[in-house]
Design a protein around this ligand. Sequence first.
Ligand code: URA
Length: 218
Amino acid sequence: MRKGLADGSAAARARSARRRASPSYSEWESLSSEIRRCQLCPLGRTRTHAVVYRGGLSPRIVFVGEAPGREEDLRGIPFVGRSGRRLDAAIACLGLGEKEFGVLNVLKCRPPHNRFNAAAARTCRPYLDRQLDLLRPQVLVPLGRTALRAIAPNAPPVLKAAGIPLRSSEGRILFPLLHPAAALRSRRWAERWDRDIAALHDWLAAGSEKNHTVGRSR
Ligand code: URA
């Protein structure tokens, strides 16, 4: 279990009280359809589908990936390819019910050749912020370096940050992980992925996210 400091500030308590209310279906749908129709950057012309979200509307945890890949682009659903299957296996190990988590990406449209497009990500950013404002998860799990940088630019590099809860400068509780694609690449990264998932499991089982308990244990 992780050691850390409990944050009992009034702002944190107010955030916690607001957090569990679901967004109204119409607010969520109107944002989702705005994203699906978006043509604010050139990726709007090359995508098959904008990829909005999958999961419950009052999630405890939201996993944040980088950008849709080929299968996600074709189906319009985040993390449905090989990485997604690895992520889903981990979510099953965490014991999260289907409404308790959500999955989305920093970029909503597939970049050509899967090359992350920083300019497009800046244009897309307000969508991520608006989604998170409506969903109000207790914990955000950035998956990999790009998602971690987008959410917490001042966080340590992902290899240091993964597996340890931290608070972003905006006050969000984060539990960074490697990108699940890394776990598919080699045994070494698969073992690291499994260790970090076990750490997330123990931290959630201890209810640490409800007490806003963050800290470094290694
Ligand atoms: N990788 C990501 O970062 N997101 C997806 O949706 C799929 C693969």
